[in-house]
Unconditional design. Structure first.
Length: 183
């Protein structure tokens, strides 16, 4: 799915992972990522989704037939610090919301890069996508600088070093929903 000019960094995560991995790993059409949806006219401009998970502090506009979940991040750059217990708690609670949501799902923040990047990075990590592919998928976002890459690399390191905080049942549920090779 090509991005939409009205929603920054909008893309189907399975398609972008396939692009960088050069092989299909995830089921397409289930998980989308992007920036704010507040500039859209109506739900016809959204990808085919049933739920929006908003990671911004501000509310989303409502779209007919779409469930809105609000899970704001409390910090800015600190959201990359996945070794911090407050960020781990935010991510864990977000994973719970995602596993209980109606799918297909769009996860977004303002630009679709920082909060969304870390959250989608975690989803990809827990379903078993290689860190190098996760990094390459993140780098498809507009506005990624060398500083962003360094912060995101630290996030990935935090996932690996501190994965004891992840609830195994959430990872299993996400793998079953998203992976092509899972039942």
């Amino acid at each position: 799915m090509a991005g939409c000019a009205l929603v920054p960094n909008l893309r189907d995560v399975a398609e972008s992972v396939e692009l960088v991995a050069e092989r299909p790993l995830l089921r397409p059409g289930l998980l989308f990522r992007g920036g704010t949806v507040n500039r859209l006219f109506d739900e016809t401009e959204l990808p085919p989704i049933e739920t929006i998970l908003n990671l911004r502090k501000g509310p989303d506009r409502l779209f007919r037939g779409v469930v809105n979940l609000h899970h704001p991040a409390q910090d800015r750059k600190d959201n990359y610090l996945t070794s911090a217990s407050s960020v781990q708690r935010w991510l864990q609670e977000g994973l719970v919301k995602v596993t209980q949501a109606r799918w297909p799902l769009l996860v977004h923040c303002t630009s679709g890069r920082d909060r969304t990047g870390v959250f989608i990075g975690l989803v990809l990590f827990v379903v078993g996508i290689e860190p190098s592919i996760i990094m390459d998928e993140y780098e498809l976002s507009d506005g990624v600088t060398a500083g962003h890459r360094q912060l995101f690399a630290k996030s990935l390191d935090g996932f690996t070093a501190h994965q004891g905080w992840l609830v195994p049942e959430l990872a299993t549920a996400l793998r079953r929903r998203l992976r092509l090779d899972e039942a």
